[in-house]
Design a protein around this ligand. Structure first.
Ligand SMILES: [Zn+2]
Length: 195
């Protein structure tokens, strides 16, 4: 099998399908009867391929007065800093998904923590959820999706090099709540996609 010399270019997972997952026929994009949105519809077998937003789950790992930041080794936003997070898998809870991502990306074992932020990202058809988690041991071991990880004080956070708006918002709210001495739950929405 041909092995490319360099990693393949970043290719976002397609959200529209060409072929029916039930019968393999070409799909048509149209509004089905009694619906209001355009869907991928199979005119052969009648299957309608619904698409819904995806959940991205992660943690704000806290050790003493620092938070754990990871430098991304993968696109999108390769080389930018983020909190450990990733797509929720089938069959898991948001909290366990956040812990799994933290273990995979940072090699950091965490306990279940309280929900801290939930941010709608309609431009990307995603919802991002971050859980606060205190760790007793600062030992970590970055996984293959992370170039390096670092325990950062507030003044060490590279604000201009944060990968995603939801991460900078979550970090801003975390440090603000810590100064206030009380952690809340932060629900907000980024602006919707332009029509
Ligand atoms: Zn079909």
């Amino acid at each position: 099998m041909h092995q490319p010399a360099s990693p393949p270019a970043y290719f976002p997972a397609p959200r529209t399908q060409r072929y029916c997952s039930q019968c393999g026929s070409l799909l048509t994009r149209r509004i089905p009867p009694d619906d209001t949105r355009v869907r991928d519809v199979c005119d052969n077998c009648g299957a309608i391929h619904y698409q819904n937003p995806r959940l991205v789950v992660g943690t704000v790992p806290v050790w003493e007065d620092r938070v754990l930041l990871c430098k991304r080794a993968i696109e999108p936003r390769l080389g930018y800093w983020t909190l450990p997070a990733g797509f929720m898998e089938l069959g898991e809870t948001t909290s366990l998904g956040a812990q799994r991502e933290t273990l995979e990306e940072a090699g950091l074992q965490t306990e279940p923590g309280a929900l801290f932020s939930m941010i709608d990202v309609p431009q990307a058809d995603q919802v991002h959820c971050f859980f606060l988690t205190q760790v007793v041991d600062g030992a970590f071991a970055p996984g293959p999706e992370t170039l390096e990880a670092r325990w950062a004080l507030e003044e060490e956070v590279p604000w201009d090099d944060i990968a995603f708006r939801t991460v900078s918002i979550t970090l801003e709210r975390f440090f603000a709540d810590r100064r206030a001495g009380s952690f809340g739950v932060h629900y907000l929405s980024l602006p919707p996609r332009r029509a």
